[in-house]
Design a protein around this ligand. Structure first.
Ligand code: MSP
Length: 490
């Protein structure tokens, strides 16, 4: 058993969650569940990013204290993760004391390494990104490229981090660890960004009350990104010696995987700034940073600022959590952008879930139940064409999961489902039942149908099933399916 640590970005609390936030969390949940089933010791972290100007302003606009706004949004996140069956082990809030202690320790270490200095800072700032941009990086009209919203000119004394020192070490890290930034194409973009030269980074803000004060620098607050990125280790107990077990198990170890899942817009923060902060603090780096694309609506990134939000509430109410999870995993090719449309959602729901999955499962379960009195058919079958297809489907499924190619993994299972359906149509067990009753032939056909549909739903169990046909599928696994199916029907 080895250790597997998976994280989502921590979400800003200036607004309620939308489909983009849900996506990363569902992906992380799928990865965590898959790794747990594979026998790894898993720790899955998500949480909220609550400090900074963006939140301070949002609270001001609503006429509430920032912490009130944060509490309200956080409770929505908790409820949503429960509704969606998210299996996280921890939820960190950056307003927690444990986080502050850990961040202060990160800052102390960077200070000790001599990587901070104070200087005047001027530049264009996007509050939505909480980031400075150079003029060249902006869209015409001085708009931020991510939010397509105006940036502001800022000029203040700040503390700088000597990011330029880490250009070479970062390039070496990318070189020595192929795949540490994925997909490869995005890894190459990050590398060229670093090769073009790194400027030192302002890591404090003057005149910002809502944040963690910069130790030994009165009037300065720790830059929200330096603070927020640290959550990945503060949540494990870093900087809190009395509770550092998780940190030692999941971060400070040679034996393990530490994977950050992020959207492409925040890849630079995770694949350049975060490893540089860690190097400076003398701490281990993540083993990989993986970026996914954006959910678009009408060709634009779904976001509050674009005004094209897709909230989960209606979808959850109408279609249930499994349908939403399935859609997100099936529709987006991981790494690329995908369009969200109501029609697309309903199409997938009707064709993949209600029709392909629902009808096949319902057909085979209903007939088996009626014919064999709710028991697994007594005679198993170790000689039919679905066995080879199932082995192939499950092999492809695992290969795809290893590459985080979730839609491909599902496609391979749906191929098996189509073949199962075809097999049943050819064998027509519903007709045979009328003439042969519970004959061995009927038993074998229904056993095969049940087994193949079970593998579609539980592909990890192949080793215990078709390969060893003496072990019958457990009736517990499929007895509750019809209930699920009726929920899936519109
Ligand atoms: N708070 C920072 C992350 C700090 S991590 C140390 C942040 N928060 S966010 O709430 O704005 O975004 C969180 C995640 O949601 C990001 O990975 C972002 O890419 C993702 N998404 C937001 N909108 C999205 C889409 N329309 N589509 C897919 N994901 C997008 O950034």
């Amino acid at each position: 058993m080895s250790n597997f640590y998976v994280t989502t970005p921590i979400y800003y609390v200036n607004d309620l969650p939308h489909i983009g936030h849900i996506y990363t969390t569902v992906v992380a949940d799928v990865v965590a569940r898959y790794q747990r089933l594979s026998g790894q010791r898993v720790h899955f972290l998500t949480g909220t990013d609550e400090h900074g100007q963006k939140i301070e302003r949002a609270a001001e606009e609503e006429g509430v204290e920032p912490i009130e706004l944060a509490d309200r949004v956080v409770s929505r996140y908790h409820r949503l993760w429960e509704q969606l069956g998210i299996s996280h082990d921890d939820f960190i809030r950056t307003t927690e004391a444990r986080h502050r202690r850990g961040v202060e320790e990160v800052v102390r270490r960077i200070q000790e390494a001599g990587d901070f200095y104070t200087a005047r800072h001027e530049g264009w700032y996007c509050t939505s990104c909480e980031s400075f941009y150079t003029e060249k990086e902006l869209l015409p009209g001085k708009l931020c490229e991510v939010h397509e919203a105006p940036v502001e000119w800022k000029s203040e004394d700040n503390i700088f981090f000597r990011l330029s020192r880490y250009q070479q070490p970062l390039l070496e890290w990318y070189e020595k660890n192929p795949g540490c930034v994925r997909p490869v194409s995005r890894g190459n973009e990050v590398k060229s960004f670093v090769e073009r030269g790194l400027k030192d980074l302002s890591v404090s803000r003057a005149n910002l009350a809502w944040g963690i004060p910069f130790p030994e620098h009165p009037g300065q607050t720790i830059y929200v990104w330096l603070e927020a990125l640290s959550n990945y280790i503060t949540a494990l107990g870093f900087g809190q010696p009395e509770s550092a077990d998780l940190y030692n198990t999941f971060w400070d170890t040679d034996d393990g995987t530490r994977i950050h899942l992020v959207g492409k817009d925040i890849l630079r923060f995770h694949a350049v700034y975060w490893p540089a902060f860690l190097m400076s603090a003398g701490l281990p780096l993540p083993t990989s940073v993986v970026a996914h694309g954006w959910w678009l609506r009408d060709e634009r990134k779904i976001s509050k600022s674009a005004g094209n939000l897709v909230r989960p509430d209606d979808l959850l109410e109408q279609f249930g959590p499994d349908s939403l999870r399935y859609f997100l995993m099936r529709e987006m090719v991981f790494g690329q952008d995908a369009q969200f449309s109501d029609e697309g959602f309903v199409d997938r729901f009707n064709s993949d879930l209600a029709n392909d999955l629902g009808n096949t499962v319902s057909r085979v379960v209903t007939l088996s139940r009626r014919t064999f009195d709710g028991q697994t058919p007594p005679e198993s079958c170790d000689d039919n064409r679905l066995i080879a297809l199932a082995e192939e489907a499950v092999r492809d499924y695992h290969a795809a999961m290893a590459e985080l190619a979730f839609s491909r993994a599902l496609e391979s299972l749906w191929r098996l489902l189509a073949e199962t359906n075809q097999y049943l149509v050819e064998k027509e067990p519903w007709k045979l039942v009328k003439t042969e009753g519970t004959s061995p032939r009927v038993s074998r056909i229904l056993w095969t149908g049940l087994e193949a549909t079970r593998l579609t739903v539980l592909p990890r169990s192949l080793a215990r099933s078709l390969l060893k046909p003496s072990t019958n599928p457990s009736s517990e696994n499929w007895a509750s399916w019809p209930k699920t199916i009726s929920r899936m029907r519109k």
